[in-house]
Design a protein around this ligand. Sequence first.
Ligand code: GSH
Length: 282
Amino acid sequence: MTLEQTASNRCFEGEQLRFKHQSQTLGCEMVFSLYLPPQAKTQKVPLLYWLSGLTCTDENFVHKAGAQRYAAEHGIAILCPDTSPRGDDVPDDAEGAWDFGKGAGFYVNATQAPWSSHYRMYDYVTQELPEIAAGFDSLDSARCSISGHSMGGHGAMVIALRNPGTYTSVSAFSPIVAPTQCPWGEKALGNYLGEDHSEWANYDACALIAAGASQLPLLVDQGEADDFLEEQLRTELLEQTCSEQGYAATIRRQAGYDHSYYFVASFIGSHIAFHAQTLAAE
Ligand SMILES: N[C@@H](CCC(=O)N[C@@H](CS)C(=O)NCC(=O)O)C(=O)O
């Protein structure tokens, strides 16, 4: 597997890097970003995976969240993948909608044609990226946590809940907590997975917790002025499921904040501190 470094910028005494590679899992060329904190020059550092939301590439978080300051402070690397397979050979939503297809891989392994040949973001994040991360001498890649925003918050929670022992902690901003019960999720899961709803439950954080997923430290922040909260994100379903199951999550509703990266930027320091604490306690 060959990685080509396409960018390097000094940032808070560390390095903001960008790479491209041919993904075996997705069958196309992919790009990802990696922040290495200054500590990585002299020791192996733990890794936070960041999964972004609808319409994003690997760069939205890198440019807008201001996470590098906190990653440098705590000595944590951050790996940000793209949100779907890319390229002219990859099928996209027929009407060019932004909530399905390219930029909207939903972190699932599609089973339905024509999506199944490329849309395998679950395997990409849980298998191919960890193999790539293991190749960096400066990363202690087995010591890792995962976080994300919106569709990426859904992806982070599902991936952490389905892989007990792999991720030390999980956090999410404005996550789609129950894609089986909202229009974005119904459209994506219906197309990628078909009409067998039993398969859908494997990609629904609330359904996984309700089915007895094992506990790991879970932090969620949700803006109360988020236009997507009521119809798409449905935080109340996560609150209800965690309460019914005795799942010890911290779910914070933040007054006045919307769905944007201004919200992510406002609380990313707190999320990185949360992950740093659990990673250090390992
Ligand atoms: N394009 C959509 C908005 C999609 C959206 O809000 N995407 C979020 C994730 S769900 C995002 O992070 N957008 C990129 C950005 O803000 O940089 C619209 O016009 O309403």
